[in-house]
Design a protein around this ligand. Structure first.
Ligand SMILES: Cc1cc2nc3c(=O)[nH]c(=O)nc-3n(C[C@H](O)[C@H](O)[C@H](O)COP(=O)(O)O)c2cc1C
Length: 267
């Protein structure tokens, strides 16, 4: 075949396509393990960050070590508040439970009645991870709850850490969102996140009272313990944070689980 023929051109192009596709798919398969590891590391980092156990820039080795020592994941049935991690029929391999995909799976989630969908997420999974945090003496010190809800442009994904009194906020973090940098995107500003520590999530009858207000909290004012400064120029994202917390701390969120813990604590 002549090198200048159309056939030769096609042959070379086809061979090039085959070589490139083998290289690309080889890289994708070869790097899958590393990608999974990075994803897992990211998840651990975000949980530890909500619990205030790591500083930004912690190494992967530190994250793994602190996580292994201080964090235990359990799975909770959000409808009943029961811990179901050891239910072998439901979860033969609990560590493989993927809450994010469950939220999109009609068999593992429910449609949220619009009047109760404060978080704007439409569906809620039946089972949620809860992360139990121990202090340095090995004693339970915090509960970290996965939370999510709509801001202005996007769904904000985060974790809320509660003290063992089940009311005082130990930390809040958002690790994924598409809000505008400098406006709604300030939800992941460490200075703003620091304002949450020590605030109280609930009012009387354990109704969620925590609120991101417009403007700044007036120290000593009646509701200051339940209030956090608004993000300036980002009232809609700020409201979104209030509403998603209303949802996740309420009846369709973690309330049944928290009630069980409160009852156990009283016994
Ligand atoms: C380009 C652009 C990006 C914006 N991004 C956000 C945002 O991420 N979150 C938000 O709440 N408001 C955002 N806003 C502002 C909203 O449109 C709205 O004006 C604002 O939430 C009102 O807040 P304020 O009363 O604090 O000014 C953005 C506006 C513009 C023009």
């Amino acid at each position: 075949m002549s090198r200048d023929s159309i056939g030769f051109t096609f042959l070379v192009s086809a061979a090039l396509c085959v070589v490139c596709s083998v290289l690309v798919s080889g890289a994708a398969v070869g790097l899958r393990g590393l990608q999974e590891e990075n994803k897992e590391n990211e998840r651990k980092k975000n949980i530890l960050s909500a619990a205030g156990l790591i500083e930004p820039g912690a190494s992967a080795a530190d994250i793994k070590k602190i996580y292994d020592e201080r964090v235990k994941g359990i799975i909770v049935d959000l409808n009943t508040g029961q811990v179901v991690t050891d239910d072998k029929e439901l979860f033969p391999n609990p560590q493989e439970y993927d809450q994010k995909s469950a939220a999109d799976n009609p068999k593992m989630s429910m449609v949220i009645p619009p009047a109760e969908d404060f978080a704007g997420i439409k569906r809620r999974e039946t089972y949620s991870w809860v992360y139990l945090i121990s202090n340095e003496e090995g004693k339970l010190s915090q509960y970290v709850l996965p939370i999510r809800g709509k801001g202005l442009w996007s769904t904000l994904w985060g974790f809320l850490a509660l003290d063992t009194n089940l009311n005082t906020i130990a930390g809040l973090t958002f690790y994924e969102h598409g809000e505008t940098p400098g406006l709604g995107g300030e939800v992941d500003n460490p200075k703003w996140k620091a304002l949450w520590k020590g605030k109280e999530a609930f009012g009387k009858d354990f109704d969620p009272e925590i609120e991101v207000i417009k403007g700044n909290v007036v120290p000593g004012s009646k509701n200051a313990i339940h209030e956090v400064d608004g993000l300036s120029g980002a009232t809609i994202t700020s409201r979104g944070v209030t509403h998603l917390l209303d949802f996740w701390l309420g009846n369709l969120g973690f309330r049944p689980y928290l009630e069980q813990l409160r009852e156990k604590g009283e016994k």
